[in-house]
Design a protein around this ligand. Structure first.
Ligand SMILES: [Zn+2]
Length: 365
């Protein structure tokens, strides 16, 4: 009996205990539920503030898609939405397309830097114009339009492209080499079309070759006299080249070496041995000419022998010779003549100075 009673008593207490346990369980469940809800709310809030970015896998190719360069955030309804990146063009560079690029082209054209098509296509012409603008306006000349360049570009104080330079001005001939490069914005004054002036006196690599008028007149006089001596024919391969042209030639060469499996540093190093650095070519002056005899190595021709003997009397110098390559930094180019005027040319012949030595000599006087 005594054993049963406690059992019964226990039985009687169990509904209270059960109720208590249920109450505790409910409280616990409520707490867990609230935590879960809080976690969800925090997650939802964070998701709204920091949208999941679209994958930023940048293409390895050199022409990045402008829409990828600044990934658009996944649209999430928030009380204060982040302004769409299309409201400002962001960073614009080679390969970019669209109205923002067209706007930049129009502005660069108005300032005299751009003369290409207003097509909204950020090609090499646009890049060169941007570089020239940056150079003149004291910005890093990387050809990329970021926030800083954009601000200066549209400011009232933006400097327009400087006017053409008289490359024959002054008492000392213009020296252009690796140590003395010309800026991207450089343009010689008095450029003329060589074929229009010289006609059938020579043949031409292309009809559009330009050079400084006075130098072209001297070239014509020289070739006429060579022909009188029975030395012909002559072909003009190249004269004036813009710094932008040089940049393009340089970049293409680097790219071809990269495509052949070299690293960028290797490709750059090989290219530097073959192509003048942008700005460092004498052809930018409009005073240099590359002459040629079709089908022959120029150094082996009668034209070269005649030129070497007589060019000085017409104001030309043999700019790059093997004898002076330590000083000029360029191995012999028998076909390349540079106009400096008769007085300087004859003095250089008599002193046996290359242009680097002669300019140094004149500065020391
Ligand atoms: Zn040349």
């Amino acid at each position: 009996m005594s054993n049963r009673r406690p059992q019964r008593k226990r039985k009687n207490r169990s509904p209270y205990l059960f109720a208590l346990l249920c109450a505790l369980l409910l409280t616990a469940l409520a707490a867990v539920g609230a935590t879960a809800m809080n976690t969800w709310n925090v997650y939802a809030a964070e998701a709204a503030v920091t949208p999941t970015p679209t994958p930023t896998v940048l293409p390895i190719s050199v022409t990045p898609d402008p829409n990828r360069a600044t990934p658009a955030p996944t649209p999430v309804p928030t009380p204060t939405p982040t302004p769409a990146p299309t409201a400002t063009p962001g960073v614009l560079k080679s390969g970019a397309k669209g109205d923002a690029v067209k706007g930049i082209q129009e502005r660069l054209q108005a300032l005299g830097y751009y003369s290409g098509k207003l097509d909204g296509d950020f090609g090499s012409g646009t890049k060169n114009a941007v570089q020239a603008f940056q150079e003149v306006n004291g910005l890093k000349a990387d050809g990329v339009v970021g926030a800083k360049t954009l601000t200066v570009l549209y400011a009232d104080s933006a400097l327009p492209k400087p006017g053409p330079v008289d490359t024959l001005e002054g008492d000392i001939p213009l020296l252009v080499n690796k140590q003395n490069p010309l800026p991207v914005s450089f343009e010689p004054a008095n450029l003329v079309n060589v074929k229009e002036k010289a006609g059938s006196l020579m043949t031409y690599e292309k009809d559009s070759i330009q050079a400084v008028g006075e130098a072209v007149d001297a070239l014509i006089a020289m070739i006429r006299d060579a022909e009188k001596d029975g030395v012909s024919p002559w072909k003009l391969r190249e004269a004036y080249r813009t710094v932008a042209d040089q940049q393009r030639i340089f970049n293409n060469r680097v790219k071809s070496y990269e495509d052949a499996g070299n690293t960028h540093a290797q490709a750059l190093s090989i290219t530097r041995r073959e192509v003048a650095d942008p700005g460092a070519s004498e052809h930018h002056t409009g005073l240099a000419f590359d002459l040629n005899v079709p089908g022959q190595t120029f150094a082996d021709t009668a034209q070269y022998i005649w030129l070497k003997r007589h060019c000085w009397d017409y104001g030309f110098i043999m700019r790059y010779t093997d004898e002076k390559d330590e000083i000029t930094g360029i191995t012999g180019e028998e076909w390349h003549v540079r106009y400096v005027g008769v007085k300087h040319a004859q003095a250089m012949r008599d002193l046996d100075y290359c242009l680097e030595e002669y300019v140094e000599y004149l500065k020391g006087q």
